[in-house]
Design a protein around this ligand. Sequence first.
Ligand SMILES: [Zn+2]
Ligand SMILES: [Zn+2]
Length: 334
Amino acid sequence: MLPFKTLQEAESAIGRSLTTAETIWFNYSANKSDYYLYCHNILFLFLIFSCVPLYYLFLEIFFRKSIQSYKIQPKVNLSLSDVFRCYKVVMRMFILVVGPLQLVSYPSVKMIGIRTSLPLPSLWVILLQLGTYFIVEDYTNYWIHRFLHCKWGYEKIHKVHHEYTAPIGFAAPYAHWLEILILGIPSFLGPAIAPGHMITFWLWIAFRQIEAIETHSGYDLPWSITKYIPFYGGADYHDYHHYVGGQSQSNFASVFTYCDYIYGTDKVISVLWVFIFGLQVPFCNHTDSYTMLLLISQGYRYQKKVLQQLKGASNSNGEQNGGSATFAKDCKDD
Ligand SMILES: [Zn+2]
Ligand SMILES: [Zn+2]
């Protein structure tokens, strides 16, 4: 709730006229409690979990032939009832875990200093904070995810998320309730380190989940703008992790590729090989530093060749839950 009763009061407190965005924010939030504003995340998450995967489902139903070449595991086709089953489980977890977690976590959000007040942060501040949140989340998530792949963590918790060896968008939040709670920590850590405005917090929660859905979509769509983000993992990167399954000891990172690269868990033929085989890599004729960054970050795309070899050997895979766990177990990762 804002400490101003009128726009004039807000303007005199800030010492300037409100921008259009600030006026909209004032009109919307002036009489709403901070707790109520924070709980908007429940609605946002519900809409994201329900609607964003529909985009991929829509493409699959109506443009199947056109996008087939972008499907990462083309031999795997889930029925609509399988997809709906996945969504039902996700919604049950949403009602029992995600929603209540949002409802009770408000004191910690208040404690770290997420504010709803005016003035609003500039676009640059928002982008800088979102970038920080993604980096912090990626790093922390990497280590938790690695832990979840130890025998105990996998058998007791992480196995549920790996039921889909060929993931779909709806399966991004498909996980054991404890994993949902544990992975709330990396999402919370960034805002705790660099607390910002409630709007930034909403954007963070939304973008992180949209990113996770893209990563689990099962499609490596060439028009995705995330392809221009250096060191971005993307769908094929994470798909490989799911494909290998429980024995996977690579591609742990949730967003970027550099943690796996630094800690030696990337399913990447080293940068050296990328340069040696540079002729097969896009942008290989250029030598500017940005291109080099893209080149390095896309080195993992060589794993796709490995994946295709594996796919060639698994013609009979993939009727249920996106593939055969048996084959994944036979497949030595690294
Ligand atoms: Zn995993
Ligand atoms: Zn996953």
